[in-house]
Design a binder for this molecule. Structure first.
Ligand SMILES: [Zn+2]
Length: 220
């Protein structure tokens, strides 16, 4: 069956075909940080947004790591080989927690926990084994082989984390100021004073709360 593309996006020089509406709130400005945010309300009432392999594939689709056809193929394969798909999901969650722990330490000005860093290093090395340079118009870009492997979703995420950790953007990785949220994001605002993952999601909620507390104080 041929479905008409609803969305086509340019990711670097690759054209990505996406025909489903996005499912994930991508506010972080970097795929590895959006990936961390797939465990919602992590420090209060953790809610797992990657409940099954399809969720992971859909995250990859939303972030343009895979196109809709690749997601369909991986999902079909996950139905026939659920054990390996489940294993890849487990690795995905482990990678996510490792990325979280490393960046959380950096945000809190502490050394990166050795175990989390070792785990991330393992994933980065694994990703490197599948990376290859391909010529594109005007130059080259990194690409990944073995498109049909369940864990191929994890390689670009591990790579993005490594790139961010070694970039001059690292000091601008933040956690949302809402204590119930603490979603990660890259603060690319002009003055680097961004406090909220998203104004509508957390910023306004905090404003309303402050207003309420001021009113309460004034009336007591
Ligand atoms: Zn937030």
């Amino acid at each position: 069956m041929i479905l008409r593309s609803l969305v086509s996006e340019i990711n670097g020089s690759r054209k990505i075909t996406r025909r489903r509406p996005p499912r994930f709130e991508l506010i972080a400005g970097n795929v590895c940080l959006d990936f961390v945010n797939t465990l919602d309300d992590r420090h209060t009432k953790p809610k797992e947004l990657l409940e099954n392999y399809l969720d992971l594939a859909r995250f990859a689709e939303d972030t343009c790591l895979l196109d809709s056809n690749q997601v369909d193929r991986l999902f079909a394969r996950s139905q026939t080989d659920p054990e390996r798909a489940q294993e890849a999901l487990k690795w995905a969650r482990e990678l996510r927690e490792a990325i979280h722990d490393v960046f959380w330490a950096i945000i809190n000005r502490r050394p990166a926990p050795p175990l989390a860093l070792a785990q991330l290093n393992g994933s980065v090395q694994n990703a490197a084994e599948h990376m290859r340079l391909v010529p594109v118009k005007g130059g080259f870009e990194w690409n990944f082989d073995d498109l049909n492997q369940f864990e191929r979703v994890l390689w670009p995420i591990a790579r993005a984390a490594a790139d961010l950790l070694t970039s001059d953007q690292l000091p601008y990785v933040r956690a949302c100021s809402s204590k119930t949220c603490e979603w990660f994001f890259l603060d690319t605002s002009k003055n680097h004073h961004r406090r909220w993952c998203d104004m509508t999601r957390c910023g306004n909620r905090a404003k309303v709360q402050r207003f309420y507390e001021r009113q309460k104080k004034a009336s007591s």
